[in-house]
Ligand binder design. Structure first.
Ligand SMILES: [Ca+2]
Ligand SMILES: [Ca+2]
Ligand SMILES: [Ca+2]
Ligand SMILES: [Ca+2]
Length: 438
């Protein structure tokens, strides 16, 4: 064969190969639009090839979609404005994102792998997400709420769930009862489900400091930090493990629902030294704060009774605090009750919003109430009588350090002269006021 012939054949082969490659590239890049190209999502799915992308404009599509093509990407405009009833997936590597599925059929994953379900709202469906023999799928940043079951699994393993809010589901948030093990859950919020998770053998945290999930029924506190939660100082992670039905546990339960902003401070508790106080006497209110963000923040904190900002003993109406990332502090406010009428008052602490802060729901905290009364009325029933005397005698000798099992305020309410001990002076005050009433 002549050299030129060989060159021509080689060139032909090269161009053919390029064309085939280009064709595959074109096939992969196909984008179909709903409703521009097809009026319904199902018609677009039926017309699509594997690995196509279907973009769905905002609107209400009153259809449940059945999907059997590998790699298909179904993308709604936004989870708030692109509605459909749900989708049943029977193919691998499918992606569903940006849909609002309300009063529909939710998402079904049937014997599929490597699918991504992200940024959808799945609300008021029977099962939010139902998985049957589905593995290695990625379920992230969805709101799965007000369903009967949030997620149900039948022999479905090795799936990853993160950043989802699973809330108000009337049965179980996640149901592994019919087989679901080695699934991995972190940074999800479990809120107000009848039972947050049922059975299974799964992983519930991403190690330290990344952490686990937020559980509304977690009862622990956050006073310590570190991988073993034995180092001084809070870190936004509960100090004790959160048990999950079955033998599982979340070793690093989060103290606040995800996501935590990069600028985000919050008040975690407000406690006032007395719940019942003689009018005109001093109180101290402790406000505990946490910095969930990754920046050092400086901000003001004030406290109010009812809607009136309290002027502190130092004459100011606020305190300024600086708090490093993932750290807690307690600010103490000393104030006097002279301006408060006798009766119940609510106590509220408020912090200023720091620059860039999005979640301000935890920048205000209401701490129940205090009862302002006449001096000597220990139990707040508006009269000084024998029960106040016996209460004070029962607290005789108590100091803030010697409380044992008792509530701090029980001792504090009896320490009428604020000298940090319940002694004969306090008993004499009660007796001298015997019979006084509001
Ligand atoms: Ca902790
Ligand atoms: Ca906040
Ligand atoms: Ca009384
Ligand atoms: Ca005293």
């Amino acid at each position: 064969m002549e050299k030129t012939t060989v060159a021509v054949i080689l060139t032909f082969i090269l161009i053919s190969t390029l064309l085939v490659a280009l064709n595959i590239q074109l096939t992969r890049a196909n984008i179909i639009r709903v409703p521009d190209d097809y009026p319904t999502i199902q018609q677009a799915v039926d017309a699509a090839n594997n690995w196509d992308t279907i973009l769905v404009a905002a609107g209400t599509y009153n259809e449940g979609v059945s999907l059997e093509k590998d790699g298909l990407r179904l993308v709604g405009k936004h989870m708030d404005n692109t509605s459909m009833l749900g989708v049943a997936i029977y193919a691998d590597s499918v992606a569903i994102m940006g849909f609002n599925m309300v009063n529909g059929i939710g998402v079904g994953l049937d014997q599929v792998q490597n699918c991504t379900i992200t940024k959808n709202k799945i609300i008021n469906c029977g099962d939010g997400i139902s998985m049957s023999m589905a593995g290695n799928n990625n379920i992230s940043y969805n709101v799965i709420a007000n369903n009967e079951y949030g997620v149900t699994m039948v022999y479905s393993n090795y799936n990853i769930f993160f950043g989802n809010t699973i809330a108000n589901n009337s049965q179980w948030g996640i149901d592994h009862y019919l087989g679901g093990y080695a699934n991995f859950y972190y940074h999800n919020n479990f809120i107000n489900n009848s039972v947050n998770s049922w059975m299974g053998d799964n992983a519930w945290d991403d190690g330290y400091p990344s952490g686990g999930n937020y559980w509304d029924d977690y009862t622990g506190v956050d006073l310590y930090s570190g991988p073993y939660q034995n180092e001084t100082g809070s870190d936004g992670v509960g100090d004790t493990h959160h048990p999950i039905i079955g033998d599982d546990e979340d070793c690093y339960p989060l103290m606040k629902p995800y996501p935590w902003g990069s600028h985000d401070i919050g008040i975690t508790s407000v406690t006032t030294s007395k719940t019942v106080v003689g009018q005109g006497f001093n109180l101290s209110t402790n406000v505990k704060l946490f910095n969930y963000g990754n920046n050092t923040e400086t901000f003001n904190i004030s406290i109010s009774y009812d809607d009136t900002v309290i002027i502190l003993l130092d004459g100011k109406n606020h305190t300024t605090a600086t708090l490093q990332s993932l750290n807690a502090t307690t600010v103490v406010f000393m104030w006097n009750t002279a301006n408060l009428s006798k009766g119940n008052h609510s106590i509220t602490a408020v912090t200023t919003q720091v620059l860039g802060e999005e979640d301000t729901t935890d920048n205000a905290f209401i701490d129940g109430w205090i009862f302002v009364t006449i001096l000597g009325d220990i139990n707040g029933d508006s009269i000084v009588d024998i029960s106040d005397i016996t209460n004070t005698i029962a607290a005789f000798g108590e100091t803030s350090e010697s409380l044992g099992w008792r509530e701090p305020t029980w001792y504090a309410n009896c320490d009428l002269n604020d000298d940090e001990i319940v002694d004969i002076t306090d008993i004499i005050i009660v007796i001298s006021r015997y019979g006084d009433s509001l």
